[in-house]
Design a protein around this ligand. Sequence first.
Ligand code: 5AD
Length: 441
Amino acid sequence: MQAAGAVFRLLQGKRGLSRAVRSYGGEATSDAGAGDTSATRSSRRSVDVSPPCPFSRDEVLAWLKEDDDWKLSFLWEEADRVRREHVGDEVHLRGLIELSSYCRRDCLYCGIRASRKIERYRMTEEEVMECVRTAQKLEYGTVVLQSGEDLGLTSDFITRVVRRIKTETPLAVTLSLGERSLDEMKEWRMAGADRYLLKHETSDPELFRRIHPEDRAFPVQSRGKTGTVPSQGPVRLPGTVPALPEGSSNPRVELLMRLRELGYEIGSGVMVGIPGQSYESLADDIMLFRELDLEMIGCGPFVPHPETPLGRQAGESMGTVHNGTVPGFADGRSQVPATDTMTTKVVALTRLVCPDANIPSTTALATVNREHGRELGLERGANVWMPNLTPLKYRILYEIYPGKAKVIDTAEEFHQNLLATLAHIGRVPGKGPGGRKRVIQ
Ligand code: 5AD
């Protein structure tokens, strides 16, 4: 093990370990804030006591481009070692409850984007509480309430559900409801919500803008009696989604900073291999994770959904990506492939630059590699698993990408497989809520 670490440092050229904290742009600087975005600057503590980043942005970039299996084996080992040293062998289980498939956004990659005419659902309070009781029975530490960006999930509804979970169970509550108003987020925090997940998807402002159209917003769709109602289709309602000003940084990063101020543990993440994503921008993403000092970081491969604009575009070029010949950009940079190996490189590097973060092995990774994806993530840096507790009849409708919903397994059946997988790789289910254990408070 020690020998592997020594080889890893040798491959690193022993350069990284003594560096000063670096800026998001990747240039070494003695002024720790000089290259920061305004959002990240405001999050930085007045005295930065964290240990220096073991990697420069260029070193991260070199590892992302590394294709030599022998060299990569040292990256995997080092990530696994750092994971064990900082967060141990526990795998924290977060029960995922997909509250609603309504969404007012029209993201170019997502299967439940607003303009798709698909059957939609919104769960009732009792249905949600039923899932929460399953989480408790299976001894999960956390429930994650996730949904499309659905204003039909009213502030009061979420407040009521959060309050019930916090009074009736010992579970931690993570919210993942998209970009909502600060007032709502404050109210939910006061009701007891512990964490908020909001993936920024890419730190490349231009790519972000391209895949998240800002001029489209859709009205609140009404709830049917049964909880499942047909989609109303697109009706343009300009102005209900805050516009992203030209040249501004990612609005979700700004929101994450506000969420932290409200006392939430915050989580973000990216999709790996979005059409138009370069290795350079992915290296920036990993450096940004550290800069934001995130509690949770989720990274999964982009999985093309054929009924979305980005899925169709990817369908045309993906064949070449998987063959190893990636299409280049006009400026000579290359497209990141949306593969399991690429995703686990991101997971491993994320573990190395953010040693005490909670990092899930994502369902998207388990989707692109059905046999081993989940284990690969856990063996290359991840320490969290988010089993799906959504009732089967709804899960099939929450198809953000194809093949995501394994609709044959109930939560209990899935749990037995999960325990067997963990035992197989020598890991144990986490106890308690599994919040971030900071190395330095
Ligand atoms: N491929 C992979 N991940 C996707 N998501 C949405 N669409 C896709 C897709 N086509 C992810 C995004 C989002 C999360 C809920 O699901 O990262 O934040």
